[in-house]
Design a protein around this ligand. Structure first.
Ligand code: ADP
Ligand code: MG
Ligand code: ZN
Length: 629
């Protein structure tokens, strides 16, 4: 606080200085613009008058200044305070000199500095001074702007320090294995003697690896909260700034502060921002980042195992990290923080519902079951949105309605305004029902959760499927079913409105179809091309190994075959989808009418209608047979 005051005071002073300089400059320009002011009128005497006065013996003293060709004449009867008279001499006049010599007058030749040139010199000096002063001020200003760069930690710390995070392991749910592993780190911080007496070296770094929002930061805070040690945190991206060397000095400073406060925990978020493989990457290496990383490595090596500082870093890209970071003695422990499973989601929901009022009808288990793939952050957000909806509707407790709305919102974004009944709306309805019907009737497809015509985010209509809970492995027939379901939208447009009327609405569907089909061929060995992995993960490009040396593992011939096979998969699936649409045309028409009327059909209702239709069909078939018999 004090330091900050001091800073502002100082800058105030500088401001005043600046104003002063500005006035000076102004005065100076005025001064220069009006030279009359500079050469004030002085009492003068003409040359002939001088000669006359010499003759009359009225002169006491003459000083001749050869540079300005002036004679300064002091008269005998002149008052003490009067200035000497100036006489302009046109040349060194021998006549005058002789005359002066012969008379009894003090005579001096005094080449004084020319007044005007002296003034000029002075002005120049002042101007130069002001310019230099200005320059210094500008430099100071810019230095101040990046003061964090030069004395980071001294003025404004870029890392955060919290004496107590107040987070406990109980606040983190759904990541039990990670918590178990990290419990050990808490013990290291709390009772290092337990390990050091046995000669064990305490690990220096732990790397938390997992997708965004799964609770890595929260876990790090919880460790420091449980161990009751200070928590230093900085984000990897904050290391890398404008100037080369800043990152390195920040690292140095961070560790200096940490050492002063040991035992403590240093948390480096997004370490991949600094910790990428050195000397690699698109667009050449990044000197600054490399320096920062080198400094980080040096610092980590620098403190001996038992100083009581533990570094925890988080990343969602462990694959891009420099190998040197993962060496023993650095981040040699890796803890995976993954998406929570159903049980984990329930735990997280319990944590975040503690401070919320839930209606008795709300079942957290049901929410957990409905939200596969949600991270802890998503779930926290979900409950928060539900609370906001509830407050907006002036209800007393969160009900299932708000929960449902919040889930939709978290999954698909803001709700838009539904279209008026029009041809476009009918087309969208057919498209969505097409997805839902093909999805429902394909063996092995995920169940329909909801079909809606209410636009959300980019989408004009949406069909949701709930993926089977944590299935992990997916079979070939499931993938084919997914492809057919994705093509169901386009197939419905095609069958109902004709080939010329299909729309751009299927663009996203087709992208996903292509991606799944391609992976089936090149990654999972699910085609005639055989059990080969023809391509590695697509995130290769970011690996830092660069685009340049990416070798394809297959020949041109195989490349052509891949394309053909991918196309075959898509075409076959499209045929299947179209057949399903044709076979169920009247059911689809009914569903579209219902959807346009209600805007949304829930999965349960949808299934009931489809099943009823199936039974009717069987009945009709039976009757047909009966008639035939
Ligand atoms: P990450 O660092 O992995 O991106 P954060 O730790 O920043 O994720 O999580 C953001 C927020 O989401 C947390 O502050 C917390 O409210 C919530 N959250 C995430 N994971 C969990 C969890 N496992 N248990 C409880 N809350 C969680
Ligand atoms: Mg984080
Ligand atoms: Zn679609």
């Amino acid at each position: 606080m004090k330091k900050r005051n001091w800073l502002t005071e100082k800058s105030k002073k500088q401001n005043q200085l600046g104003q002063l300089a500005a006035t000076w400059m102004l005065i100076q320009t005025l001064f220069l613009a009006t030279p009359g002011l500079a050469n004030q009128p002085k009492p003068t005497l003409s040359y002939s008058q001088l000669l006359e006065k010499l003759d009359r013996g009225e002169i006491q003293k003459i000083e001749v200044d050869p540079t300005s060709e002036l004679a300064r004449v002091t008269l005998k009867n002149q008052g003490k305070n009067e200035l000497p008279l100036n006489v302009v001499l046109f040349n060194q006049n021998p006549e005058l000199i002789n005359k002066i010599r012969s008379s009894e007058v003090d005579f001096e030749v005094k080449p004084t500095l020319d007044n005007a040139s002296a003034l000029g010199l002075l002005t120049n000096l002042v101007l130069i001074g002001i310019l230099l002063g200005g320059l210094v001020m500008i430099i100071r200003k810019s230095a101040q702007a990046s003061s964090q760069a030069f004395n980071f930690g001294k003025s404004r710390a870029r890392f955060q320090m919290a004496a107590k995070t107040g987070v406990k392991f109980d606040d983190v749910a759904g990541v039990e294995e990670a918590k178990e592993e990290l419990q050990e780190v808490v013990t290291f911080l709390k009772e290092p003697e337990r390990f050091t007496t046995l000669g064990a070296k305490i690990p220096r770094g732990v790397l938390l690896v997992g997708p965004p929002g799964t609770g890595k930061t929260l876990l790090a805070k919880a460790i420091s909260g449980e161990a009751e040690v200070p928590f230093f945190s900085i984000s990897g991206s904050e290391f890398v700034e404008m100037f080369v060397g800043v990152g390195a000095s920040r690292v140095r400073d961070l560790f200096k502060k940490a050492k002063e406060n040991a035992p403590c925990l240093v948390f480096i978020d997004e370490i991949d921002a600094v910790g990428r493989q050195r000397g690699a990457g698109i667009g050449g290496g990044n000197d600054e980042r490399e320096q920062t990383l080198n400094q980080l490595l040096t610092e980590m090596d620098g403190f001996e195992g038992n100083t009581g500082i533990i570094i925890i870093a988080a990343t969602n890209r462990p694959d891009v990290l420099d190998k040197a970071l993962l060496r023993p003695g650095r981040f040699d422990r890796q803890v995976i923080v993954d998406y929570p499973d159903c049980q984990g989601r329930l735990g997280i929901l319990e944590v975040h519902s503690q401070n919320k009022i839930l209606d008795a009808e709300v079942s957290l288990e049901a929410i957990a079951r409905r939200t596969p793939g949600f991270t802890g952050a998503d779930l926290a957000n979900l409950l928060n949105e539900a609370a906001i909806f509830t407050a907006r509707r002036r209800k007393e407790a969160i009900t299932n309605l708000e929960i449902n709305d919040a889930i939709d919102r978290v999954i698909a974004g803001m709700e838009g305004v539904p279209l008026l009944d029009s041809k476009a709306k009918r087309l969208i309805a057919y498209h969505e029902v097409g997805h839902a019907i093909v999805g429902s009737l394909m063996e092995g497809h995920d169940p329909v959760e909801k079909v809606t015509l209410i636009p959300r985010g980019q989408a004009r209509g949406l069909t949701w499927f709930t993926p089977d809970e944590e299935q992990g492995l997916i079979t070939r027939s499931q993938l084919l079913a997914r492809i057919a379901g994705l093509l169901g939208g386009r197939a419905a447009e095609d069958v109902v409105f004709g080939h010329e009327e299909v729309t751009t609405g299927a663009g996203n569907d087709l992208e996903r179809v292509t991606s799944i089909a391609r992976q089936m061929v090149t990654k999972y060995g699910m085609s005639e091309l055989g059990q080969l992995a023809l391509e590695e993960d697509d995130n290769q490009v970011f690996l830092g190994n660069g685009l340049m040396n990416r070798s394809s593992d297959y020949s041109q011939e195989i490349a052509a075959k891949i394309d053909v096979t991918v196309r075959e998969i898509a075409e076959k699936s499209y045929k299947i989808a179209k057949n399903i649409i044709r076979d169920n045309r009247s059911l689809i028409d009914d569903l579209v009418d219902l959807l346009i009327e209600k805007e949304t059909i829930e999965g349960e209702e949808f299934r009931i209608i489809v099943n009823r239709n199936k039974e009717e069909k069987i009945e009709v078939n039976l009757q047909d047979k009966l008639v035939k018999v």
